[in-house]
Ligand binder design. Structure first.
Ligand code: 6PG
Length: 243
């Protein structure tokens, strides 16, 4: 796992959120770019981070220079409880003063194939690029307990080498359609932070960190930025099985 820059382990989820928040403050304050592009993850893990930023750090982040994107989105309406965008509005966007035009949501309510094309083009037209792919300054990823990340699931691992920036994926159990960034964009980022907490992630984390044979079936195993840093932010529970 030589492509992992650092594994940071904290006593509690709260300390994980604090560490990531402080890193985002440092990165964005030090950046001279007119736009700092961050892709957010969905699910539950980011809620604690967004709450921490909203409560404690919102005035320390230069929101006018930050553009928020998503690593994936469920194909549901933006006001659905399933929507990653809605979760982000509830826990972060409703508490911060960020220009509307800096928020680049994936339109889960649109036809999935059309939206994957549209978002791919918006990324291409808006972000800096390195080689043929757009470059995120920071991507925050979660880890599913089946080893998926973004919405690249184990049974669709070919989305890592997909020619477009985005693809339509499908949750293997619920069948729910998703739009996801694909491997070429993910691994082109300047830095990727995994935000993983909780006992239920410990097995997958250990498979990946211990480079087990089983890990090679997990999409998260293939997150390896070719020109950037990969930092795992873990609490002790999620890290408890790393040998
Ligand atoms: C999503 C997420 C997904 C998430 C993992 C972990 O749309 O669900 O982007 O990739 O990061 O499933 O989910 P939890 O944080 O809820 O454990």
């Amino acid at each position: 796992m030589e492509h992992i820059t650092e594994v940071k382990i904290y006593k509690s989820p709260k300390k994980v959120y604090n560490a990531i928040a402080k890193s985002i403050i440092k990165l964005t304050q030090e950046s001279q770019q007119k736009a700092f592009d961050i892709a957010l993850s969905g699910g539950n893990s980011p809620k604690g981070l967004f709450k921490k930023i909203s409560k404690k750090y919102k005035d320390e982040i230069p929101w006018k220079r930050i553009h928020l994107w998503w690593g994936d989105e469920r194909c549901v309406s933006p006001d659905s409880e399933q929507s990653n965008y809605k979760m982000t509005v509830d826990y972060l966007l409703s508490n911060i003063d960020i220009p509307e035009e800096n928020i680049h949501r994936i339109r889960g309510e649109e036809d999935p194939e059309q939206e994957a094309k549209r978002y791919s083009k918006e990324l291409e037209d808006t972000l800096n690029s390195r080689g043929k792919d757009p470059v995120f300054d920071l991507i925050i990823l979660g880890l599913g307990d089946d080893g998926h990340t973004a919405s690249i699931f184990p049974d669709q691992i070919e989305l890592f080498d997909y020619p477009e920036n985005c693809a339509v994926a499908q949750h293997p159990i619920s069948g729910q359609k998703r739009i996801t960034l694909t491997g070429n964009v993910l691994n082109n980022a300047n830095r990727i932070y995994f935000l993983v907490t909780g006992e239920n992630k410990a097995m997958r984390v250990s498979e990946i960190m211990n480079d087990n044979e089983a890990a090679k079936l997990l999409p998260a195993y293939y997150i390896a930025p070719t020109n950037g840093d990969l930092i795992w932010f873990l609490d002790e529970e999620a890290a408890s099985l790393i040998s």
